[in-house]
Design a protein around this ligand. Structure first.
Ligand SMILES: Nc1ncnc2c1ncn2[C@@H]1O[C@H](COP(=O)(O)OP(=O)(O)OP(=O)(O)O)[C@@H](O)[C@H]1O
Length: 766
């Protein structure tokens, strides 16, 4: 035991007593705030139900309602604050802190304890500092000696005298030690040696120096993180989000942060991290979901559907077409295409009202043609839109005095009438001396409501047929491409064919949306402040650029691992940064490279590294385990071999996954295990949650996930024939934390044969 442990425990006991006291008071205050809210709400409902139909009393009631609303808002806010305090203190109590630093600032010595949130005593002294406080950076960044930390007045210098780490459970110090490391190995060893469960944990107690740079970067407008498998990229960005929320509490909330994640399973896997840090989750979306929402009614192909198709049908020419559609240059092609559009080649569409053409496309074309082509197509489209909105307005004005309108008005009861006008207007109308004006306003409202669909269609520019226009763009590309004309036309035909089924290929989504936004001038959301893109290697440049266009006010953090690419060649981190910075026109780009892999044992990482041509760059964290196993078997025996491997691994580990190359193979494995005594979950792309500790799934769905033990099914030469599959095998191996077993049905893949010294091999059958 450390000599200081009794003294530290005594200090901890005191902190816990303080927390208990604060918790008790907070609970009381919360209970009081809660009942106050209930009372005020009750009162509010009682008050609002009086007099609102009697127009004479409406003004008075309205003022009263407003006052009541303010009271409700105030008490609800107090209640929320108190609830948050209770939650934070409850979260802290079992383990109030994990670190301590002793510093000397110009002769003044200070001891600081670092935990998940701040605790102050009665006189305002900090018993615990939030891990995100500027001064806490010392704990993560500094080794003993001279250190600096940021203050509003600039960098403050200090000397770091001591750094201590604690493992505290149930308010008892289980372990503590002093370290000179940034964050000592011992604690990390402990954290990484744990068996896994279904959701990711936070890593605040053991954040490493290079991860800390990602977390605390507040200046870059484009932060690119290239990190090897298991280097803590995902962990780092989640703690980064918590950090950003802490630092800009007033200006930023979690709804202004969006994370693009590879699939829904991943979303649920990471869902607990931010709440465990006392923060609300950011928004999460997959690329296909994002595109589908913007292309209402169309189902956008997912990465995985695309991957599965890629296994069967691709030719060099079709790949070139795809490459072009996915490149940054496609934006230039689209811009050029839009510039040369004329009234004749712009695809206007009818606007319908009750199944009849209300504004015809010919009229649209005529109006568009009236505007000078000194204006851009976008400006002319917007002017056309405005012109038709005015026409709609005029049409409504003409109809105001029609008998049928007045009759409809007469048939409204009081409530419907108020609904039609809205409270405020109803009051105004009630005050009008002239009855005729009131009826006019009401009639106009009625008509506006009636023609709302037309107004919406104009507002959303549905008078413009984006699909056929995009088809024309593909034909335009065909005309300009000497080599691939036929393939561009084939692409267009496929696009139009898929459209019949309300489907669209992933590679078409970004260019088509760009085209729409170039022509209509819409599509941007300025309220998003931070955009995170995980698994960046699976995004095309055109897709990333579309995200940049869609969120013009956001700072971007893109992270991934070029080696795990599903589709692309590996790029160096520097080349990646250059490419992204240029495309994003970033003013403060930053690249952070993580080369240390924390997830897997040394032996698993030795195997995974050996698969890669430049694997030597990867440093495995020294955590020993057994060598990965390779079992070579036959088609007759494979069922039995899988079964045995599962038995063995399940005996020792909590989470076990069988990873296959494709969905079909996952289903085949599931059939072989049909009679296995324990339940397992066969996962597919549409699944949102993992509910079992034992799963069967294709590798691409396991991206970003991890398991105590992994079985790699069928690593044979037939299944992984050439070096294109390297990324997949590497991803597969690096999902395993403690144990990895590979099964090959027939001769093993050459990729693995080349690195067989990293494996324990057994050959079964003939
Ligand atoms: N500083 C750390 N302290 C404790 N655990 C860590 C730390 N960094 C990473 N880990 C652990 O290593 C594992 C891998 O982390 P994470 O999933 O964030 O890596 P990644 O780079 O996103 O991986 P991949 O690209 O392979 O999906 C997780 O179990 C995580 O908890």
């Amino acid at each position: 035991m450390h000599a200081d442990q009794p003294a530290e425990q005594k200090r901890l006991d005191k902190v816990v007593v303080e927390i208990d006291g604060q918790l008790e008071r907070a609970k009381e205050a919360y209970a009081q705030a809660h009942s106050e809210t209930r009372a005020v709400e009750g009162n509010y409902i009682a008050n609002t139900s009086i007099n609102t139909f009697e127009v004479d009393d409406a003004m008075e009631t309205n003022a009263e309602i407003q006052q009541q609303r303010n009271i409700v808002a105030r008490v609800t806010e107090t209640e929320n604050i108190m609830r948050k305090t209770v939650d934070t203190l409850t979260m802290l109590r079992p383990s109030p802190y994990f670190g301590r630093v002793d510093i000397d600032e110009d002769g003044d010595q200070d001891t600081l304890y670092i935990g998940l949130a701040s605790v102050q005593d009665k006189i305002g002294d900090f018993l615990v500092y939030d891990w995100r406080a500027p001064i806490s950076g010392i704990y993560y960044n500094g080794t003993l000696g001279a250190v600096t930390y940021p203050t509003p007045m600039g960098e403050q210098e200090a000397e770091l005298l001591k750094k201590r780490q604690f493992t505290i459970e149930d308010a008892q110090i289980v372990n503590m030690f002093d370290t000179n490391e940034t964050v000592g190995d011992e604690m990390l060893q402990y954290a990484l040696g744990q068996e896994n469960d279904l959701t990711m944990r936070n890593i605040v107690a053991t954040i490493q120096q290079e991860q800390n740079q990602i977390i605390r970067d507040t200046t870059s407008d484009l932060l690119v993180v290239q990190g090897v498998a298991g280097s803590g990229k995902t962990s780092a960005i989640l703690q980064r989000i918590a950090f950003l929320l802490f630092h800009a509490r007033e200006e930023l909330n979690s709804d202004q942060i969006v994370l693009f994640s590879p699939n829904r399973l991943f979303s649920s896997y990471i869902a607990d991290v931010l709440p465990s840090l006392g923060e609300r989750n950011m928004r999460q979306v997959t690329l296909a979901e994002f595109f589908s929402a913007r292309l209402q009614g169309l189902q956008v192909q997912t990465l995985f559907e695309r991957y599965e198709i890629g296994q069967s049908e691709t030719t060099a020419a079709s790949l070139r077409v795809r490459e072009k559609l996915e490149s940054a240059r496609v934006v230039d092609d689209l811009t050029a295409f839009v510039e040369q559009l004329t009234p004749e080649t712009l695809r206007f569409d009818n606007i319908y009202f009750e199944d009849e053409v209300f504004f015809g496309k010919e009229a649209m074309t005529r109006v568009f043609a009236e505007f000078s082509d000194n204006y851009s197509v976008r400006e002319r489209i917007q002017m056309t839109q405005k012109r038709f909105m005015e026409r709609l307005e005029r049409r409504i004005d003409q109809l105001v005095n029609e008998d049928w309108v007045l009759e409809e008005l007469n048939n409204l009861d009081d409530q419907q009438y108020r609904d039609l006008l809205g409270d405020e207007l109803a009051e105004q109308v009630a005050e009008e001396e002239e009855m005729g004006d009131a009826i006019n306003i009401a009639a106009k409202r009625l008509l506006q409501r009636e023609f709302q669909v037309v107004d919406d269609a104009l507002y959303n520019m549905h008078f413009f047929d984006i699909y056929n226009q995009y088809g024309d763009f593909l034909a335009y590309m065909a005309e300009r491409s000497e080599l691939d004309t036929e393939w561009w036309l084939a692409k267009r035909d496929r696009f139009l064919r898929e459209l019949e089924y309300h489907r669209i290929d992933l590679e078409d989504a970004a260019p088509m949306l760009f085209l729409r936004d170039l022509i209509t001038g819409g599509g941007t959301n300025k309220s998003m402040f931070y955009v995170f893109v995980d698994e960046m290697q699976d995004y095309s440049m055109a897709q990333l650029l579309y995200l940049k266009h869609a969120f013009p006010a956001a700072k971007f953090t893109v992270l991934g691992d070029a080696e795990q690419a599903l589709f692309r060649d590996v790029e160096t981190p520097a080349a990646l940064l250059a490419k992204y910075s240029q495309a994003f026109k970033a003013t403060h780009p930053n690249l952070i490279t993580l080369n240390k892999a924390y997830r897997s044992t040394q032996e698993i990482m030795d195997f995974a590294k050996a698969l890669l041509p430049d694997g030597d760059n990867i440093m495995a964290f020294t955590r020993p385990g057994g060598k990965p196993k390779l079992i070579v078997t036959t088609a007759d025996e494979e069922g039995q071999v899988i079964w045995q491997a599962v038995d063995e691994l399940k005996a020792e580990h909590r989470t076990v996954a069988i990873l296959t190359k494709t969905q079909d193979q996952a289903e085949a494995v599931a059939r072989m295990l049909r009679k296995y005594p324990e339940k397992f979950q066969l996962l597919q792309a549409s699944d949102r949650t993992r509910t079992s500790n034992f799963v069967v799934m294709p590798i691409y769905l396991a991206k970003g996930l991890e398991f105590d033990a992994v079985i790699g099914y069928d690593v044979s030469q037939t299944n992984y024939p050439d070096s294109e599959a390297t990324g997949l095998l590497y991803t597969l191996a690096s999902r395993a934390m403690h144990a990895l077993t590979l099964i090959s049905v027939g001769p093993v893949s050459g990729l693995i044969r080349d690195v067989q010294e990293t494996l324990d091999i057994s050959v079964l059958g003939d």
